[in-house]
Design a binder for this molecule. Structure first.
Ligand code: ATP
Length: 306
């Protein structure tokens, strides 16, 4: 019997390294970034909708408040693109169960788009390869291909040209969450402003970071985390410096603003350190919430069909 719906689990990401090149003539920056998918997930349900309803979208979950439910939602745009590309004549209903912070630098919207692409491929039995799915994802946004791929990967270009990274080990993360997001374009704008008058070289891969991942060395990885957008995010949201200080004081192996922020990711050695830091962050009054996750984890993956 033909399935009527699928549930796709999609991960959030942290950028272990983010090297940002100069602003190019198209208004973009060439990047070299190392993504890691972590175990903070949205669940995307894709099913056949009511006849004549077109694409419908709803959301629930701890981070769903304020997420647009119209055609500006990246999940909606993903469905629209798939319908047009594969001339699908059925109505599609999407539900987002959101736990990834919104506008938090963890690519939640991109993850949802990845879930819809993988979900529609499964529901309509299109049989597309991971490569084809990622190419479609890149048309929607530069973080979408990684939402499909998961694991640990280097992203070049705008972050969408992916190469898997040889990585050993599993890493424990504590995430400091904010009440309100930061807009990615405004953080890049602030980065450009802070760089005015400086000569910016091409973005580069962080060799120490890649070596730490190859060796599975959490301490070295902690020391090698780097993000060229961190000073811009802290300039727009000075309280982030206080959040980073709590991590340093409580023995995190490394502290980094994730992508364009404002989520701050702390790499910790073990369960005990994770608990200490969770308590300290919660008591500090400078964060809206704390989450725990491990990485790397899988990319967009079907967890059930009905
Ligand atoms: P990135 O790290 O890729 O820059 P982000 O994690 O900072 O992204 P998102 O959570 O993807 O940011 O959301 C950015 C904005 O996109 C939100 O403020 C919201 O208005 C809009 N948006 C569109 N679709 C979604 C979605 N499915 N989930 C969350 N936000 C969405």
């Amino acid at each position: 019997m033909r399935q009527s719906g699928v549930v796709i689990r999609v991960p959030g990401k942290v950028n272990l390294g983010l090297s940002v090149g100069p602003l190019d003539s198209d208004g973009y920056h060439e990047l070299v970034t190392v993504f890691q998918a972590i175990s903070l997930y949205d669940d995307v349900t894709v099913k056949f909708g009511e006849a004549g309803a077109g694409i419908t979208l709803s959301a629930s979950g701890s981070t769903a408040t304020g997420v647009p439910l119209d055609s500006t939602n990246l999940a909606y745009r993903a469905a629209d693109l798939m319908v047009a590309r594969y001339q699908l004549d059925s109505d599609i209903d999407i539900h987002l169960q959101k736990e990834i912070p919104v506008a938090g630098g963890m690519a939640g919207g991109s993850a949802d788009a990845a879930g819809v692409i993988v979900g529609i491929d499964a529901l309509f039995e299109l049989g597309l390869s991971r490569d084809e799915l990622q190419k479609i994802g890149a048309e929607l946004g530069s973080d979408v291909p990684f939402g499909i791929a998961g694991g640990t990967a280097i992203g070049r270009g705008r972050g969408d040209q992916l190469t898997p990274v040889l990585a050993q080990g599993s890493y424990q993360w504590v995430l400091a969450l904010s009440n309100s997001g930061l807009s990615t374009p405004s953080v890049y704008g602030e980065c450009d402003r802070l760089r005015e008058g400086l000569t910016i070289s091409k973005p580069t891969a962080n060799d120490a970071l890649l070596q730490a991942l190859r060796a599975g060395d959490a301490k070295e990885l902690g020391r090698s985390l780097s993000n060229d957008l961190q000073s811009a995010a802290c300039s727009l949201r000075p309280a982030l410096r206080l959040v980073l200080d709590v991590g340093h004081d409580y023995g995190a192996l490394g502290c980094i603003v994730s992508g364009s922020g404002p989520t701050v990711a702390f790499l910790v050695e073990d369960e005990e350190k994770a608990l200490d830091l969770t308590v300290a962050l919660s008591a500090s009054g400078v964060v809206a919430g704390v989450a725990r996750a491990s990485g790397p984890t899988h990319g967009a993956r079907r967890i059930s069909s009905f």
